[in-house]
Design a binder for this molecule. Sequence first.
Ligand code: ATP
Length: 616
Amino acid sequence: MQQPKQQQLSVQAQKERDRLKAQREGQLNKKEQALNKLSDEEVVVQLKAKGLGVYGTKQEKLDRLKKANGIEVSKCESAPQQQQAPIQQPPQPPKGSVVDNIKKMEQQREERRKNMQEMKREKAEREEYNQILGKNVDVEFELMIDKSRLKGGLIQEHQTTQNIKLCVCVRKRPIFKKEEVAGEIDAISCANPMIRVHESKLKVDGITKYVENHDFQFDNTFSEVEQGKDIYDVSLAPLMELLVNQGVVTCFAYGQTGSGKTYTMKSIQELLAIDLYKLINASPSFKIVVSFFEIYGGKCYDLLNNKAPLQILEDKNNNIQVQGLIERPCESENELFQLMELANSVRTTHATVANDTSSRSHSICQIMIRQGYADMGKLILVDLAGSERAQDTQSNNRQRRLEGAEINKSLLALKECIRAMDSGQGHVPFRASKLTLVLRDSFTAKSNKSRIIMIACISPGSSSADHSLNTLRYADRLKDKSNQAKVQLEEREVSNEELLYRQQQQNGYDNKSQENNNNYNNNNNNNNNNKLSQQDKQNTPLQLPKINDARNQNNQNAVNLKKNQSQGPDKEKPKSQPVPPKQSKRINSVQEDSDDEVAAEELVNKKNGQVKEDVR
Ligand SMILES: Nc1ncnc2c1ncn2[C@@H]1O[C@H](COP(=O)(O)OP(=O)(O)OP(=O)(O)O)[C@@H](O)[C@H]1O
């Protein structure tokens, strides 16, 4: 009697397994169909969100994405075949019908000729047009690049830095007339948050031209039509409140020489001066103190004190002190702006192979907001020296080459510190260079009080494409994406009970660490000449007057304006533009995961141990 019962059970289990398998396959098919419909840009966005590589053809990228979604490769390969199936193959001519074959070949030849003529016509038209404009560019490359450009406008609106601890932005400067006359093509296209570098190349035969496209995605990207104000509005303006609540805001401009770092920083300084005094005027007890120095060849010089040499020292409380640095109080926005102008004008510049007036030093502008003797907040604007590769410095003299080496060393140290800070590592190697040493506060401030904005500037010229790639790769590596991916993966694998347990543990730990933090900060603050006011100890955010509301309104206006512009006749949205991914990449990945999680939960709830076996 027991045997038939067992058989019955195993048949039931088999049925259940088949049913689940069919259900799972159905889900995968749906997912696969959805993936097949994605445009190239959307595939790239999703790959980046999953921390995967974005190289290869569109099909290869799609396959990689499918694999990451749990769809089998063989299945992936069969998908396009399934799609192609409905296409009616023309009936094969019977063997020996030579005449038909010849006709077909003639048709194909005719088509090729037409295409060739069309290309020649297009090329001639473009050459004529370029001649009128005085452009002296390679038309073949120009046409190829134009065909592979990201369509104009924004894929996504710019995000503000309010909730982003490390915000990495890219700014492309416009191409200059003299560059076009010298044969440069605009080789960068930009549609926030994507940026594409079109690298012109020759095949191994040495004559066949082709264009290799490199895609990157950042928190924000700004094209040549966007102004310094657009960057300021989303990057620094939202952080004004933090500046009077013990915040440390650091803004870096990084990039190849001549890519627009100083230009960007100057426009930001101008807007900042206005906003800071709006803030100060609303609370008269606040005052602004500014110091400005440069780090050149590993040494520090005061830019507001006739370039007097400075020393960087560490006191017994491990605080970094720049000995001899003059701090100038400023009474008005004009005074602040004039001091900044003065400091910028005395900065060390030299003519290099790449730029006639290349800034060879890192300039650091520190703006402290004080109430009495207490620091309420600190803003640090760092205009980094132009990044150069070793091969660019070959024809420079020894001094320039040493400068280049020193600059690169400090940029590398900066990258390591930002990465360590972003990934939440306890140890930040800020002693690796003078630059990171003086910026210690930016890396070690409490995470909710510290914001870093990195603006990577790039030149659009085709001859700068490899420099631009270097800059973008540097910026891309600042954010530890693998960490995020790992956390997501790990979270998918733990059970609900375990998650609950972890959460409880975490809460306990957070409370403890919060206490420890408070103790540590209080001690630290005491050591730090008891500078902090009562308000800091209570940790209550200061209520700000209308300035931020006004800014938010401005932001909204800017966004609306951009929307209107992009809908206007000049910037008509191309129909082929990919559907904008509304959510951030993290939200996307959570949603994808949730499908699987819901399915798994349903199964677990429905059935007994046998079903659990299947789920596993
Ligand atoms: N967005 C922009 N719009 C118009 N002109 C720009 C823009 N960005 C830069 N420029 C111009 O490009 C030139 C070089 O810019 P800038 O001096 O800011 O470069 P840089 O990156 O600071 O160079 P370096 O590192 O060598 O000092 C300047 O003449 C500047 O006016």
